[in-house]
Design a protein around this ligand. Structure first.
Ligand SMILES: NC(=O)c1ccc[n+]([C@@H]2O[C@H](COP(=O)([O-])OP(=O)(O)OC[C@H]3O[C@@H](n4cnc5c(N)ncnc54)[C@H](OP(=O)(O)O)[C@@H]3O)[C@@H](O)[C@H]2O)c1
Length: 327
């Protein structure tokens, strides 16, 4: 099968299209023929430098977390899926390829019927981050005021839509070019961070969700209501201490989570929930650009600029889409 492989850390050129062995599912696994994957914010980081994916060389030579495709074969113990099922899901590695095996109890679910494979592959990363932050950490309630900082990113765009679904009054913060687009996702108000610092406008919010790690609790504390909660996807050591301290007694709280480390069972349950929301038209996938697998390096170059709008999707297999083409 074809896969994008890298054997050393470095610039986008280390990503090479290669022929590698097609995997065989174990007893508890499904073999998925991947039709679409995505380049998340973390992928270029893991490509460029030692860290999460090894130190001397990449521990997993095939990157790629999100996927959508069709179950081609199943292990003898599998009962949850059958060949022909159209699925979507997320794993830590291995989705920049034509095939991947996943445990049947992995973060995998039947894909929303009304989405293309490209659209389905764009959902898990952002939505499976925004949902546990807002629902489980923020305990979001209808009628609350919620500010989403970085509303145009993968996590932010999902957060705006989910906060609206939960009945909140949503303010999205983004740059000038994305104001209209963030409004179209359902934000009641938008603030252009290049023109206005929301912490100075005197308004307060029940939840401030910094999805992009550009603000701090100290800066935002004055913009929280009396029992307001500050959610951070990218906590600093200071914020972690503030979270510990505020959990004990402070009225305004800081909370963070490592949503990727949640059990696969919790993620797959949430994928089913998200599917219901998507099929009911309550939330929609957001795709900035789509690249064919062969143009992975180009996709990485775009994502690492840090200004993608929602998600960057990769079409795997037969495609007539051009490099960077919008879908
Ligand atoms: N804790 C966890 O469990 C967890 C899970 C998933 C992700 N994360 C982290 O969450 C962060 C966001 O992920 P993501 O996938 O949403 O990233 P992303 O899609 O790459 O974010 C891109 C967006 O960030 C916006 N942005 C850049 N600089 C900004 C600024 N100064 N102020 C406001 N917005 C700004 C950009 O908007 P403009 O073009 O308008 O600037 C762009 O739309 C990443 O650092 C990721 O590693 C954490």
């Amino acid at each position: 099968m074809k896969a994008i492989v890298y054997t050393k850390f470095g610039p986008p050129e280390v990503l090479q299209l290669q022929e590698v062995e097609k995997p065989t599912p174990k007893a508890n696994e499904v073999l998925i023929k991947i039709y679409a994957t995505a380049v998340t914010k973390e992928d270029p980081d893991m490509r460029a430098s030692p860290g999460f994916n090894g130190f001397l060389k990449p521990r997993n030579p095939i990157l790629g977390q999100e996927l959508a495709g069709e179950v081609e074969a199943i292990g003898r113990g599998v009962t949850r899926f059958k060949p022909g099922d159209q699925v979507f899901g997320i794993d830590s590695f291995g989705a920049y390829a034509e095939y991947k095996c996943m445990p049947e109890n992995g973060a995998l679910a039947i894909k929303p019927a009304n989405l293309s494979y490209e659209e389905a592959a764009s959902v898990p990363n952002g939505a499976l981050t925004a949902l546990p932050f807002l629902r489980d950490k923020g305990k979001i309630q209808s009628g609350q005021t919620v500010l989403i900082y970085g509303a145009s990113g993968s996590v932010g765009a999902a957060a705006v839509q989910l906060a609206k679904y939960y009945g909140a009054e949503v303010t999205g913060v983004c740059s000038t070019a994305n104001l209209e687009w963030v409004s179209s996702l359902g934000a009641d108000r938008v603030i252009d961070y290049t023109q206005e610092d929301f912490t100075e406008n005197g308004k307060t919010y029940d939840i401030i969700f910094d999805t992009v790690g550009k603000r701090s609790f100290s800066e935002c504390k004055g913009s929280l209501t009396d029992k307001g909660i500050y959610l951070a996807t990218v906590p600093t050591p200071v914020m972690m201490l503030q979270a510990l301290w505020s959990a004990k007694g402070g009225r305004k709280k800081v909370k963070f989570a490592a949503t990727g480390l949640r059990p696969a069972s919790a993620k797959s349950k949430d994928l089913v929930f998200l599917t219901e929301l998507i099929e009911a038209g309550k939330i929609k996938p957001v795709i900035d650009r789509c690249y064919p697998l062969e143009q992975m390096a180009e996709a990485h170059r775009y994502v690492e600029q840090g200004h993608k709008k929602g998600n960057v999707v990769i079409t795997v297999g037969t495609t007539d889409k051009k490099q960077g083409e919008k879908i």
